[in-house]
Design a protein around this ligand. Structure first.
Ligand SMILES: Cc1ncc(COP(=O)(O)O)c(C=O)c1O
Length: 401
């Protein structure tokens, strides 16, 4: 590390500033007891914060297939995909994802973050323009930066804002980027209007459906399918690490697009392949979702139950996804309410800037198909107690401008 005191002092001062502003993070070692429960320092907690929307992390078939793959293929993949890290499991998984998404081909990555930075950095470059929703996930913004393209951010979920910006930013190639379900707000993008604009203005259209995959649309096919939009011509990205209960990410789209990304994207070329056991787990999860789509009904019943409870507690919000933000404003306030919930046995960490815009710290409450009615009712009671003396005015609208 730096020999001069000055270098280390910079780090210490930055950490002190984070502490002062309520923005310092700490790791907590959770030992899962199943999809919705975990031990923290020997204490049992119920989780209302994971992206394990279908509880598939602990599904018997998913675990069995991962175990079998571990026995056959070993713990790691040993090299990048284009060296020796590509197995028949990766190939079958890519075929299954392409089929599920209604696309010609798919390409799998070790994480959804990498899929996003790969898509953007391969498809855009200097001289190009990327129009990006203002609340897009960090991985999409990092992808824009990595690409070297000019990034223009439009108002959240506002096609009119995008339309007004288009004539001001000509470029060699232009791309539009948004999310299916927004990760911190749980609302969905108006894909039909955005798609029409993309068609009119010849924009490549990337939809990150990390949270919509195996959640929204017929059979969980995702947000475009839920809004009646064909996958044809879209660049779809997503993760295997949320509703599909494993780890990894993907890009799905036209054959030429995937061939190009596979040859061009540095986050694909220069990293070790997804472990085979994770590919096997994701493949089994897709099999569960396709073979037993009624699992989605359990999720949506729980979304409905939680939404009703939150509305009764004074927090109205959109009932569009398993993500329900309870925007509390300051980091201190979010930390205070999260702490009170923890005291009562419920784990929902405070989400603070830079994960969300300043002034919109929140509890990001998520529900899963695996939650029981008792767990949700218990959580709602605890939440009401934790909010005692706090204003119930959710500020979710204020961040959208
Ligand atoms: C919208 C969105 N895209 C991409 C990612 C990254 O996915 P992964 O966790 O698989 O890297 C996330 C995860 O937080 C996300 O919320």
């Amino acid at each position: 590390m730096w020999k001069s005191a000055q270098g280390m002092e910079y780090l210490n001062e930055a950490l002190r500033a984070m502490e002062r502003d309520g923005l310092k993070r700490a790791l907590r070692p959770l030992t899962p007891l199943g999809p919705t429960r975990a031990l923290l320092h020997g204490r049992e907690l119920t989780l209302f914060c994971t992206n394990n929307y279908l509880g598939l992390t602990h599904h018997p078939l998913v675990m069995k297939k991962a175990r079998e793959a571990l026995e056959t293929f070993g713990a790691g993949s040993g090299a990048a995909r284009l060296v020796s890290g590509h197995t028949p499991l990766h190939q079958t998984l890519e075929e299954a994802i392409a089929r599920f998404k209604g696309c010609a081909r798919a390409l799998v990555f070790p994480s959804g973050y990498m899929a996003n930075i790969a898509a953007l950095s391969a498809l855009a470059g200097r001289g190009d323009v990327v129009f990006c929703d203002r609340l897009c996930h960090a991985s999409l913004l990092d992808g824009c930066r990595l690409s070297g393209a000019k990034t223009v951010r439009f108002r959240h979920n506002d096609p009119a804002s995008l339309r007004s910006l288009l004539p001001q930013h000509p470029g060699r190639k232009r791309l539009l980027v948004t999310e299916g379900i927004f990760s911190m707000d749980g609302d969905t993008a108006p894909l039909a209007s955005l798609h029409a604009l993309a068609e009119q203005s010849d924009l490549g259209f990337i939809v990150d459906d990390a949270h919509g995959t195996a959640v929204l649309g017929p059979g969980g096919k995702g947000t475009p399918a839920a809004q009646g939009i064909s996958s044809r011509g879209l660049v779809l990205t997503g993760t295997l690490s949320k509703a599909l209960g494993s780890v990894g990410g993907f890009i799905a789209g036209d054959g030429v697009l995937i061939e190009y990304v596979m040859n061009k994207a540095r986050p694909f070329l220069f990293t070790t392949a997804l472990p085979p056991a994770s590919a096997a787990a994701a493949l089994a999860a897709l099999e569960v979702v396709e073979g037993r789509p009624e699992i989605l009904n359990l999720l949506w019943e729980n979304v409905e139950r939680m939404h009703r409870g939150l509305a009764a507690a004074g927090f109205a919000g959109a009932k569009t996804s398993p993500i329900m933000p309870l925007v509390l404003g300051s980091p201190e306030r979010a930390l205070r309410v999260a702490g009170r919930l923890l005291d009562r046995g419920y784990y929902v960490p405070a989400i603070r800037p830079p994960s969300v815009p300043p002034g919109t710290a929140r509890l990001r409450i998520t529900v899963s198909a695996a939650h029981t009615e008792e767990e949700i009712e218990g959580f709602l009671t605890a939440l009401n107690e934790a909010l005692e003396g706090e204003s119930r005015e959710s500020r979710v609208e204020s961040q959208k401008s």
